[in-house]
Design a protein. Structure first.
Length: 217
């Protein structure tokens, strides 16, 4: 357990030293909320109806920005090969890196969500549902992202290919994420969203570790 926590702390410290990644994600997230009203128009009622979809699209696209760095830096400096010889199983290591990645990508977006809510004329109730849906659904996006990052870690243009691979997997998350905010049937959508996240978090470290082993062999 101590080694598991050490991996999380290591990734958080490395991201802090590099700096700017969380700010970039937040700025991209907010900029989508700034640009969309110009395209749709100033009608606040229409913006409110479209807000759930815009929030989840903004979150999905923002989290894709940091996807390439999930395993690539460790692959390039040889850390992944060293980790394979540690006492911590590779599956547990991937799980620790997913937790750190969620803290670095999803949490800043959730914290910045009030800004997007104001820009999109969301009500307080809709914003609270949006926060809940992001808390429940973003772990699934991270899990699917880990699969794409692991499969393409050894490819030169892997950062461009991974989003294409995981997009079909993320569509159900986006559908139920939007449904969890929209009001009608939001409780059922939230349950399905939670189920997807639980299954993804349970199996993505296993499949991602398998892909990493295959990439190194």
């Amino acid at each position: 357990m101590r080694a598991f926590a050490a991996i999380i702390v290591r990734d958080l410290r490395l991201a802090t030293r590099i700096g700017g990644e969380a700010l970039t994600l937040v700025l991209f997230f907010v900029m989508i909320g700034v640009v969309v009203p110009f395209a749709i128009g100033p009608d606040s009622a229409q913006l409110g109806r479209l807000a759930p979809g815009i929030v989840w699209i903004a979150a999905f696209l923002s989290m894709l920005l940091g996807l390439d760095r999930l395993f690539r830096a460790d692959e390039e400096d040889g850390s992944l090969r060293l980790f394979r010889h540690s006492t911590l199983p590779l599956e547990a290591l991937v799980g620790a890196k997913l937790i750190a990645h969620w803290l670095l990508t999803a949490v800043p977006l959730i914290i910045a969500s009030p800004i997007l809510a104001v820009l999109l004329s969301m009500s307080m109730e809709d914003w609270l549902r949006a926060v809940l849906s992001l808390l429940i659904g973003t772990p699934a996006l991270v899990g699917f992202g880990a699969l794409g990052a692991a499969v393409t870690v050894s490819l030169r243009r892997g950062g461009l290919i991974a989003p294409v691979l995981i997009l079909p997997l993320c569509v159900p998350v986006l559908i139920f994420g939007v449904g969890a905010i929209a009001g009608l049937g939001s409780a059922q959508a939230t349950v399905f969203l939670g189920a997807i996240s639980l299954v993804t978090c349970a199996f993505s470290p296993l499949f991602a570790a398998l892909a990493l082993r295959a990439a190194e062999d």
